[in-house]
Design a protein around this ligand. Structure first.
Ligand code: AMP
Ligand code: ZN
Length: 470
């Protein structure tokens, strides 16, 4: 297997550079994950999909056992507290918070699986890393990069000579921009919170600085260090995280450890937009992943995760996407063409993805050129040339797409009868609340390499899709 040279656009240097890992035996990537207070919207799906493709390219290049991908779960945040108080006013706060975060986290995992994303190697929770955060804060205090004021511990931005490298902002810009409310207890308006006090009505942990909770940025510095070390290869997230989140992660990590870099390559996906505006919870212009997959939230019908995945990848990850029903239709038609061309493939005949497709992706994730290469293979498959059909199937699976999700008997595709029967039996068991039987059918199929995914159709009825496991 020839391995492609990976090149990646680095926000830190504003250039596309050849990628060389610090250790080819353990390539390390950290991506900021969701704040689990509400269902993720389709804008949040973009980093999930984009960095999943990169994870796959890295695994192909360095070997699946030589890549560590960490995506955190932010389960301490004031938005979570507010949601817990709103939804469970009668429960003790800790219990209410647990209900909100568990439900949201479970939904996020199922959304990510429906989008064809592999599970990251490690998905640490912020609340399991409070000690690590406190250790970092103590280091910053003891080497004079942080100070205590008004019950908070703050990072002193002036103590870092090259603060602002990632975003290209300097402290004067921040002052001139002074949209940040000037807090009198801060030495500099750009100083940011590492630890803040909690009242009795807020979640809190004991610390040398009183009972409190961490600021937003410190969790990623603590978790990336714990799982990936003080300096690692790639750090990713959406464009909105460059400032202040990533800038401040860099400040904390480098100043605590005395290093020149937190991560060598910083990657940011562009925004998914609606009519020119970033999709976001606060603007209210959002569609959740769950709504898109299960209800008629776009175009009056449900779409499958594969289609959302392709719709997202059709635009280069650094460009903005204007999201529309047209785009979903285009993706659906393209994916159906590929699945039809791969019909009847035997993946055992070719288990590696097509090298030209991987090479295009290795060039800063150029999915457009990769899809042109796939079209070319699909053409050959339609002409029954060589092993094109098998190679197409292997490549689609490598890219995280199902081989059958859009096929019907009209395509000359017959669902194996025993699977259809087992699925029908399981649905009947679920509807009769016989969960033991339903689980046993799922386990039987799982042993045959078949994974089941439940969803609701337009009428709100429970349905099940299946897929050969990757
Ligand atoms: P949040 O839960 O808001 O912190 O977002 C989780 C991830 O989704 C972060 O990497 C964000 O940068 C990213 N994100 C949020 N909104 C969008 C959007 N409209 N388009 C693309 N990425 C987004
Ligand atoms: Zn982060």
């Amino acid at each position: 297997m020839t391995t492609p040279q990976i090149t990646l656009y680095n926000t830190l240097t504003r250039t596309k550079q050849a990628f060389t890992p610090l250790d080819a035996n353990n390539v390390r990537m950290y991506v900021c994950g969701p704040t689990v207070y509400d269902f993720a919207h389709i804008g949040n799906a973009r980093p999930v999909i984009v960095f999943d493709v990169l994870f796959r390219v890295l695994r192909y290049t360095y070997g699946a056992d030589h890549v560590t991908y960490v995506r955190n779960i932010t389960d301490v945040d004031d938005k979570i507290n507010a949601r817990a108080l709103r939804d469970f006013p009668d429960l003790p706060l800790n219990e209410a918070i647990r209900r909100v975060t568990e439900k949201t986290e479970t939904q996020f995992m199922s959304d990510a699986a429906a989008l064809g994303a592999l599970e990251p190697t490690i998905q640490p929770r912020a609340t399991d890393n409070i000690n690590e955060m406190q250790t970092l804060i103590s280091s910053l205090l003891s080497n004079s990069h942080a100070y205590q004021a008004a019950g908070e511990v703050l990072f002193d931005v002036k103590s870092m000579d090259d603060y602002g490298q990632l975003s290209g902002r300097n402290l004067e810009d921040n002052l001139a921009g002074a949209r940040i409310a000037v807090d009198v207890h801060k030495k500099n308006p750009a100083d940011f919170v590492l630890w803040k006090q909690s009242s009795d009505h807020e979640p809190g942990w004991d610390s040398p600085w009183g009972r409190g909770r961490p600021g937003w940025h410190i969790e990623c510095s603590a978790m990336s260090e714990r799982y990936l070390g003080q300096t690692f290869d790639i750090h990713g997230g959406g464009l909105d995280l460059i400032f202040p989140h990533h800038e401040n992660e860099i400040a904390q990590s480098r100043c605590a450890h005395g290093t020149h870099a937190m991560a060598n390559v910083w990657m940011h996906n562009g925004f998914l937009q609606v009519e020119g505006q970033k999709m976001s919870k606060s603007l209210g212009n959002f569609v959740t992943i769950n709504d898109l997959l299960e209800t008629g939230a776009m175009g009056g019908r449900a779409w499958i995760g594969d289609v959302l995945r392709l719709a997202m990848l059709m635009t280069h990850y650094r460009e903005p996407i204007d999201f529309s029903v047209n785009r979903l239709e285009e993706a659906e038609s393209k994916l159906r063409d590929w699945q039809r061309a791969a019909r009847g493939a035997d993946v055992a005949e070719c288990d590696a993805p097509d090298a030209s497709v991987v090479t295009e992706l290795a060039d800063d994730l150029n999915f457009h050129r990769a899809s042109v290469a796939l079209d070319f293979i699909a053409k050959k498959a339609n002409r029954e040339e060589g092993n094109a059909k098998h190679c197409l199937a292997a490549t689609l699976r490598f890219l995280g797409f199902s081989l059958t999700s859009l096929l019907t008997s009209n395509d000359g595709w017959e669902e194996p009868a025993h699977i259809a029967t087992a699925i029908a039996d399981r649905l009947a068991a679920l509807n009769a609340k016989d969960f033991a039987k339903a689980d046993s059918i799922r386990n039987d199929l799982s042993e045959q390499g078949i994974a089941l995914m439940d969803y609701k159709d337009e009428n709100g009825d429970r349905q099940t899709k299946w897929e050969m496991k990757a």
